[in-house]
Design a protein around this ligand. Structure first.
Ligand code: IMP
Ligand code: MG
Length: 176
């Protein structure tokens, strides 16, 4: 049992179990994209550890970059605006792999795919380390899923609770 902020969490996956998942994904991705021009786009902040380990386990040499949602108060009455920042690469003709820490409702992913849809990429696929099928509200196919997990809040391995817990090497589940 660990404490992050005001909440208690229980270990759900050890660091070794996570690394095994990441290795398997790296191997699959290497195999599937053999001989192809691959650009991997990690979604910050949550995917930073997963991305780092994933690309180290890969034996091919993809281009690597990161995207981030900059959330700010809009000037219009609509309130919050989510702008995707960091896209400096030309996606034309490239095979794109979006790397997410976790897909929950899938709304974030849907938003990203919509923004990238007119960039003339050769293909756009998604790799997520964790997936909560019970929370999923989209119908977008997820090509690479490390592990399906129950619909409970988790921290660790890049994921935070109120900004804390990202540096934990294992995955921890909120005590129900
Ligand atoms: P979605 O848009 O509901 O799919 O949520 C996607 C984003 O919310 C992920 O990229 C995470 O950054 C964050 N998120 C979703 N579930 C969790 C969780 O259980 N713990 C920490 N962050 C989460
Ligand atoms: Mg995220």
């Amino acid at each position: 049992m660990i404490q992050v902020g005001d909440k208690k969490f229980e270990e759900y996956l050890t660091a070794d179990q996570i690394q095994d998942c990441v290795k398997q994904l790296a191997h699959q991705i290497d195999t599937d994209y053999q001989g192809k021009d691959l650009l991997i786009l990690g979604i910050l902040n949550g995917a930073f550890l997963f991305m780092a380990d994933l690309v180290k386990y890969m034996t091919s040499d993809p281009e690597i970059s990161f995207l981030k949602f900059a959330s700010y108060e809009g000037t219009s009455s609509t309130g919050k605006v989510n702008e995707l920042i960091g896209l400096n690469e030309d996606l034309t003709g490239k095979h794109i792999l979006i790397v997410e820490d976790i897909v929950d409702s899938g709304n974030t992913l849907a938003h990203i795919l919509e923004i990238l849809s007119d960039k003339k990429a050769a293909s756009i696929h998604t790799a997520t380390l964790f997936f909560k099928p019970e929370a999923y509200q989209q119908s977008i196919e997820l090509q690479y899923v490390g592990k399906e997990i129950p619909n409970l809040f988790v921290v660790g391995y890049g994921m935070d609770y109120l900004g804390k817990g990202r540096n934990l090497s294992g995955l921890y589940q909120l005590k129900p």
